[in-house]
Design a protein around this ligand. Sequence first.
Ligand code: FMN
Length: 315
Amino acid sequence: MESTSIQLSLAPFQGITTSLFREVFTRHFEGIDKLYTAFFTGGHIRKKNTEHADLAQTHQNGIPVIPQVLSKEADEILLFGQQCSDKGFEEINWNLGCPYPRVANKGRGSGLLPHPEKVEKILDSVFPALPVRLSIKCRLGYFSPDEIQALLPVLNRFPLSEIIVHARIGKQLYEGPVDLDAFAKALPHSKHQTAYNGDIFSKDDLIKLQQQFPSVNHWMIGRGLLYDPLLAARLKNIPIPENSEANLYEFVTELYQAYRKKTEDRIAALHIMKEYWSYFSHSFAHPDQVFNQIKTCGTFADYEGKIAEIFEKVS
Ligand SMILES: Cc1cc2nc3c(=O)[nH]c(=O)nc-3n(C[C@H](O)[C@H](O)[C@H](O)COP(=O)(O)O)c2cc1C
């Protein structure tokens, strides 16, 4: 399989893959073809989104950004689509994957998956008027991985640009293995371009998935890229610079400085960086040790000292 022709996207992570993160990340690392915002919900959609930083750019470092909406109301999805269209976006993504009980119990996100008739009603209202393309990010189901079998005939009726399947069920949250058998069973029943998401951490992972699903071309990656920002380049056989540690250091330093600027030097910048380090520490041989050093930092000076020490050890 030609790895250079594949499409790779950075999965949305609420609170992590902000517009600022996407900007700094794609300035330092190659290989990503699409970016997604984290989801927008009710209040955010109804408020005019013109000021929202996440929707300030249709492309970041030349890569298209696809805004995501989490809603069970057709009028909200339409309003969001209209706002995004006004800002120059060409596609929005509908989140049918969020597993959190406070979302799913209200029939949003993956809570809609057991109800294909509701999905159909929403799409029937949305499609005639939506001024942008619509893609869907979903799971295999909420209670059971078979739910997607009843959902796909509904999705097949509409001109979706793509569906992205995170191969878990909502009840699993982010725990337990991905269900490749259920994904394999569903794939032939989707008439849309279908992308795969879930647990891609290495070139070996991708090769195995490509062998099992040769028709899939778009692979969405979350934790794999947060752990190892060079993963997209590795998967596409793009040469990794010899001084890749220096590149990682520069990246994480610029990210930190950008958050300090954005928060006007409030301690919130440190909290955001600690959250990111809970993933990024996996770039190092002993992630737990590295993360333990960072998470106890109480001041900016403390943090900067620790980061210098950590990179000193690997250089
Ligand atoms: C903290 C956190 C926040 C997330 N936020 C979103 C989100 O806003 N929209 C979405 O579609 N998925 C969201 N996800 C799910 C990821 O995009 C992705 O589907 C999931 O992590 C599986 O992919 P991975 O195994 O490559 O990480 C989130 C996941 C986590 C852990």
